[in-house]
Design a protein around this ligand. Structure first.
Ligand SMILES: Nc1ncnc2c1ncn2[C@@H]1O[C@H](COP(=O)(O)OP(=O)(O)OP(=O)(O)O)[C@@H](O)[C@H]1O
Ligand SMILES: [Mg+2]
Length: 282
C-alpha cells in the first residue's frame, strides 16, 4: 500500500481510505486543531481559476470532523505528479501549464488584496525565535544575518494583505495533464499576504527545495525547467515589492533551520540563505 507519509514533513497522519468506490485521503491533525480548522476552511473556500490551459482548484473537502484530541480531513485521492516528481515526469508543455497557472493564481490573489502597513518588528520577533531554536552554528550565524537585515528596515512597510495558500511549495501542488492543477495542504499564516506564496514558490523555483535530494541529473533537469518556466507573476510582483519579497523569502528559508536533520538539507539551506542574503534588491 502506498504510504503518503513518506512524502510528508509534518506530523499529521495521511491514510488512503475507500468510500463509495472513491479512493480518498484522510489527514489526521493531532496538534493545534484550531489551526487545522482554519487551514481546511481556506481549502474549502478556494474558488477554482481557469487559465485557458488548465483548471486550478483545491482538493474538495469531503468531510472535516473535530474530535476531542484530533481533527480529520477527508478529501479525494488526486492522481498526478507533485513536488520532487516534476523534474522526472514533467514535459515542457506541463511545466509551461504549471507556470502560467501559478502566475494566474498569484495575480488573482494580488487583485483581491489591499495594501496595508505592517510593523517590521513581527519579522524580527519570528527570526529571534528561529535563532534561539537553531542548534547548527553555521545556520544560526545566517539566521542572525537575516536579523541584521530586518533591523536595518523602517518600522513599517506596505504589504498587499489578502488571500494566499500559505504553503505554496510544489509538494502541495498536484498536477495532472488532463484534470489540471489541484492545491492541497493550505496553511493559515501569521501574515496573510500573497507575498507568502511568492516566497514559497521562490524556495522551489529559485532554490530548488523540492529537488534538493534528487540525483544530480534530475536536479539539473529541474533547474532547467524552473529557469525556463519561471512564473512571470513572481518577476512582476518582486518589482512591485522587492524588499518585502526578499524579507519573506529570507524568513521562509530561515524557518527551516531549527528542523534540519540531514547534511543535504543543511548544505542546501546554507547555500540558499547565503545567496538570498547576498541578493541586491534590499
Ligand atoms: N488528496 C491527495 N491526493 C493525492 N496525494 C495526496 C493528497 N494529499 C496528500 N497527498 C500526498 O501526500 C503528500 C503530503 O501531504 P500534505 O502536504 O497534506 O502533508 P504534510 O504532512 O502537511 O506535508 P508537508 O509538511 O510536507 O507539506 C503530498 O505532497 C502528496 O504527495
Ligand atoms: Mg504538504
Amino acid at each position: 500500500m502506498l504510504d503518503l507519509n513518506q512524502f510528508a514533513h509534518s506530523h499529521d497522519l495521511l491514510e488512503i481510505v475507500h468510500r463509495d468506490h472513491l479512493s480518498c485521503v484522510r489527514k489526521t491533525f493531532r496538534s493545534d486543531v484550531a489551526r487545522a480548522r482554519r487551514n481546511v476552511e481556506k481549502q474549502r473556500l478556494f474558488r477554482p481559476l481557469y487559465t485557458g490551459m488548465a483548471r486550478l482548484g483545491a482538493a474538495e473537502v469531503l468531510e472535516f470532523v473535530v474530535h476531542a484530541d484530533r481533527a480529520e480531513l477527508l478529501m479525494p485521492y488526486i492522481e498526478g505528479m507533485t513536488g520532487h516528481m516534476f523534474p522526472v515526469h514533467a514535459t515542457r508543455n506541463v511545466a509551461h501549464t504549471l507556470s502560467v497557472s501559478l502566475s494566474t493564481l498569484l495575480y488573482s490573489e494580488l487583485n483581491e488584496s489591499r495594501e496595508a502597513p505592517v510593523a517590521t518588528s513581527i519579522f524580527r520577533d519570528k527570526l529571534d525565535s528561529v535563532s534561539s531554536a537553531t542548534r547548527d552554528s553555521e545556520l544560526k550565524r545566517l539566521v542572525d544575518a537575516c536579523l541584521s537585515v530586518v533591523e536595518a528596515l523602517p518600522a513599517e512597510m506596505p504589504f498587499p494583505m489578502g488571500p494566499c495558500h500559505g504553503d505554496l511549495t510544489l509538494s502541495n501542488v498536484i498536477l495532472d495533464p488532463v484534470s489540471g492543477i489541484t492545491l492541497i495542504d493550505f496553511l493559515d499564516t501569521f501574515l496573510e499576504t500573497p507575498l507568502q506564496d511568492v516566497a514559497k514558490l521562490k524556495q522551489d523555483f529559485v532554490y530548488g527545495w523540492s529537488f534538493r535530494k534528487d540525483p544530480p541529473a534530475m536536479t539539473i533537469k529541474a533547474e532547467i525547467l524552473c529557469r525556463h518556466h519561471f512564473p512571470q507573476a513572481i518577476v512582476q510582483i518582486e518589482r512591485m515589492y522587492p524588499t518585502q519579497v526578499r524579507l519573506l523569502t529570507l524568513l521562509t528559508l530561515a524557518r527551516i533551520a531549527p528542523y534540519v536533520k540531514d547534511t543535504v538539507t543543511q548544505q542546501w539551506l546554507v547555500r540558499s540563505l547565503t545567496d538570498c542574503l547576498g541578493a541586491t534588491s534590499l
